[in-house]
Write a protein that binds this ligand. Structure first.
Ligand code: MN
Ligand code: MN
Length: 471
């Protein structure tokens, strides 16, 4: 071996997809992304994404786990948690007591939620008050068309579903912004202070209704329309979950269509990959090891609540699988299963943006086109709030990816002390499971138009598929 070959054999740098590009790979990645874009368009909220996942799984023959008394190898089951989180399992040939393979993603995204008493009238216009959800840059959300999705739960037990602004013929909503001509003072403010989220009011009407005895005629007009269309009154907003999201659909980006631009790719790019790989694998015969896909809510606000990863939902599902397939679900058994299980925390990471090189260590940052991003630890201020995957497990994952031609790269969320963030990994790790963050790198993460490279999205799918079926 000459020095050049020896150097190449000894040194490491992630490959770029353009180094291994073939027509077949391009076709496969682009075809995969057509399904992904559809998933983005029909699943803009956690409830809609969970419903989509459920429909796809049911079409693939999955049944509700509570409908089964016992489980045996090859059985395909799911559990839905309040319509906002969902878990699926394929029972393997080996006993579940030997552990499971898990891929976990989240299906909530940053957005604006309506307050409990949102509606008011000012200057003969009707407005809805909001409270933002998750990490947003506020200037992204003004003067742009927004769609309204969600549920209103009435006291008669009925739930009204709302989706306005997605169809071409629908009206949309918006938050107004100050014209530049009069923005001298606003322009001097710090970005964090220039946009007051308390003033994030959704413009929702301007036509009056009623005679002189009605003080707020436009509000009356809106309430009257809501009554006609949804059979609700103003009080019903107090038991509603209504989310404002960008009204646009997922689009190809670039002359060559090599990227996808859309709202909610954090984390639906991973959630879709986890789901699609799961369903595809479930059609490829009975696996050795039981594998599970879990899609959860509330990651963007810390995984709290009974639909987030910190809830008991996953443990409950696993206990039910153990009870029905191995006849045991006591505390010791459950914890033994967890300690023998492994998980990919399927979440996005930041991709290198050449316009903001100052936030990254280029040798330890993800690049668009270099495949799925493997992040050993997240956190901030010296890895705080990170689970930091065990090196043994990282090696195992690396071996699975290499064996299955998965293009992968490593990367941290920014250079040391630049900021940071977390995922569901730490909560899975706390259960005793070996876990590492593995997901698609994004540009413009948490913006209304996040960018993913189609090959990275496809490699994410390939990675999860290989991991589900690994021994
Ligand atoms: Mn995420
Ligand atoms: Mn996020």
């Amino acid at each position: 071996m000459d020095d050049k070959n020896l150097y190449e054999a000894l040194s490491y740098a992630p490959k770029h997809v353009n180094d291994i590009m073939t027509e077949a790979l391009k076709e496969a990645a682009f075809a995969y992304c057509e399904g992904y874009k559809h998933f983005l368009d029909v699943g803009k909220t956690e409830r809609e994404a969970a419903a989509q996942a459920l429909a796809q799984a049911q079409a693939a023959g999955f049944v509700c786990v509570s409908d089964k008394d016992t489980l045996s190898a090859g059985d395909k089951v799911y559990a839905l948690n309040r319509g906002k989180a969902i878990a699926f399992a394929v029972i393997g040939r080996d006993s579940i007591l030997n552990g499971i393979n898990l891929v976990g993603a989240h299906i909530d995204s940053p957005r604006l939620d309506l307050k409990q008493r949102p509606l008011f009238e000012e200057e003969s216009m009707a407005w809805l008050k909001t409270h933002y959800y998750g990490g947003i840059k506020k200037y992204h959300w003004t003067a742009t068309p927004l769609a309204m999705h969600g549920v209103i739960c009435r006291t008669d037990g009925k739930t009204v579903h709302i989706c306005v602004g997605e169809d071409e013929s629908d009206p949309v909503f918006t938050i107004t912004d100050l014209l530049p001509h009069l923005s001298q003072e606003q322009m001097q403010k710090q970005l964090s202070a220039a946009f007051n989220a308390e003033n994030f009011h959704i413009l929702c009407g301007s036509l009056p209704m009623g005679g002189e005895d009605i003080k707020e005629k436009v509000k009356f007009g809106v309430l009257s329309l809501l009554k006609d269309k949804y059979q609700i009154t103003e009080e019903d907003f107090t038991s509603a979950e209504i989310e404002l999201v960008p009204a646009a659909k997922a689009r190809d980006v670039g002359f060559d269509r090599s990227m996808i631009g859309a709202y909610g790719q954090d984390d639906r790019v991973c959630a879709y990959a986890a789901l699609k790989a799961f369903i595809d694998a479930s059609g490829e015969g009975v696996p050795d090891r039981t594998y599970i896909c879990v899609l959860v809510d509330k990651e963007e606000i810390g995984s709290m609540g009974n639909t987030g990863m910190r809830s008991r939902f996953f443990e409950l599902f696993l206990s039910e699988l153990a009870a029905k397939s191995a006849g045991a679900c006591d505390f010791l058994t459950l914890n033994q299963i967890l300690s023998k299980s492994k998980c990919l925390s399927a979440d996005v990471g930041a991709a290198f943006d050449p316009h903001f090189p100052e936030v990254s260590d280029k040798k330890n940052f993800a690049f668009c086109g270099c495949g799925i991003l493997v992040t050993k630890y997240t956190g901030s201020r010296g890895k705080a709030d990170s689970s930091d995957a065990n090196a043994e497990f990282v090696a195992e994952v690396r071996a699975i990816f290499n064996k299955n031609d998965v293009l992968w790269q490593t990367g941290e969320l920014g250079k040391v002390d630049a900021g940071g963030g977390g995922t569901i990994a730490q909560y899975v790790a706390n259960l005793g499971v070996d876990v590492i963050d593995c997901g698609t790198p994004l540009l413009s993460m948490h913006s209304p138009f996040e960018i993913a490279n189609k090959f990275d999205a496809y490699m994410t799918y390939k990675a999860y598929h290989a991991f589900y079926l690994s021994k």
